[in-house]
Design a protein around this ligand. Structure first.
Ligand code: ADP
Ligand code: MG
Length: 301
């Protein structure tokens, strides 16, 4: 039995709690007391919630000596080779590097989607390696919003259903969920399209739905892995402007991987990675790029 499994005290059913279950799916017994006894719910509030102590930390993400090795047969790939990175709360950070440099691998570590071979990653001073499966699921659901290059919407669900899905996992009530889902779709400019399925939307619109979904549980961090990679220049720029707006207005920390120069305009810092190492970090004021060049490129389309 894994540490994510508990037994229902009423009917004896074994329950996997990584889906943030708080009721027994078999008999409906309320499991909050059981989880509290295990120290889980209390620990979330102490260590991971959006509580006062958590919001006073200057760095929302810190990695120390992150190494990730993949083994494929006889070949060993060192995708990350000792990454130390501090990300300030409310920062807009771009991670740039050529294809294969380790951007997605770094994202998977920071987002708790995979585990490093060596080193540690802290979110709000919580060492992710110390979390059990339930706590990690809680952190992923409540603290982090994810945006991917390929949108990753669920094709059979409407825009509204896609956006509200993470709210179900967070245990939000039906009415609140619908209201919040509609508000978020309005926010990304898709108020009228809530009932559309992904195939009825353009690429840019699908990515807007993904942005709204990332915001579902008011995360402190948005991780965007090449969010403009599948979009044309103009649409890509609109998505970046939307992310920048969220960063300015809601103080969401944005960490975005890209090899796309137009991302730079919005960034506070740009971290360049190569062969799994941080090559250099540019501050916004030092960035050697003329924004007008990007605008003129877009004008040609
Ligand atoms: P990027 O996102 O910058 O394109 P990745 O993080 O996807 O780079 O990949 C970094 C390196 O790790 C590449 O050499 C890639 O082939 C390798 N890699 C990534 N994921 C895996 C995996 N699951 N198994 C084996 N090798 C992988
Ligand atoms: Mg990648």
């Amino acid at each position: 039995m894994s540490d994510a499994t508990i037994t229902c005290p009423k009917c004896g059913h074994a329950i996997d709690t990584t889906g943030l279950v708080t009721k027994c799916p078999e008999c409906g017994e309320d499991l909050v007391a059981v989880l509290q006894n295990l120290g889980r719910i209390k620990r979330h509030k102490a260590g991971l919630g959006r509580d006062e102590s958590a919001t006073t930390h200057e760095f929302i993400v810190r990695t120390k000596g992150l190494v990730k090795e993949y083994v494929m047969g006889d070949v060993q790939v060192r995708a990350l080779d000792g990454v130390d990175l501090d990300v300030r709360r409310g920062e807009y950070l771009s991670i740039m590097g050529p294809s294969g440099s380790g951007k997605s691998t770094l994202f998977n570590m920071v987002g708790g989607l995979d585990k490093p071979s060596e080193g540690t990653c802290f979110i709000d001073e919580v060492d992710m390696a110390q979390l059990d499966a339930f706590e990690l699921a809680w952190l992923r659901c409540r603290k982090i919003g994810y945006i991917f290059q390929t949108f990753n919407l669920i094709p059979v669900m409407t825009a509204l259903e896609n956006v509200t899905l993470p709210m179900i996992f967070a245990g939000m009530g039906q009415d609140e969920m619908m209201e919040r889902g509609r508000e978020l779709l309005e926010r990304v400019g898709l108020g009228e399209r809530y009932n559309h399925k992904p195939f009825e939307l353009s690429g840019g619109q699908q990515q807007r739905v993904a942005v709204a979904r990332a915001l579902a549980n008011a995360p402190a961090i948005i991780l965007a892995d090449e969010p403009t990679g599948n979009l044309d220049l103009r649409t890509g720029k609109e998505i970046i402007e939307l992310l920048k707006e969220l960063n300015d207005e809601d103080e969401v920390t944005i960490i975005s991987a890209t090899h796309d120069l137009k991302m730079i305009e919005a960034s506070d810092r740009v971290v360049h990675i190569r062969d799994g190492k941080v090559e250099r970090i540019d501050l916004r004021e030092d960035l050697d790029i003329d924004v007008r060049t990007i605008d003129s490129m877009i004008g040609e389309h």
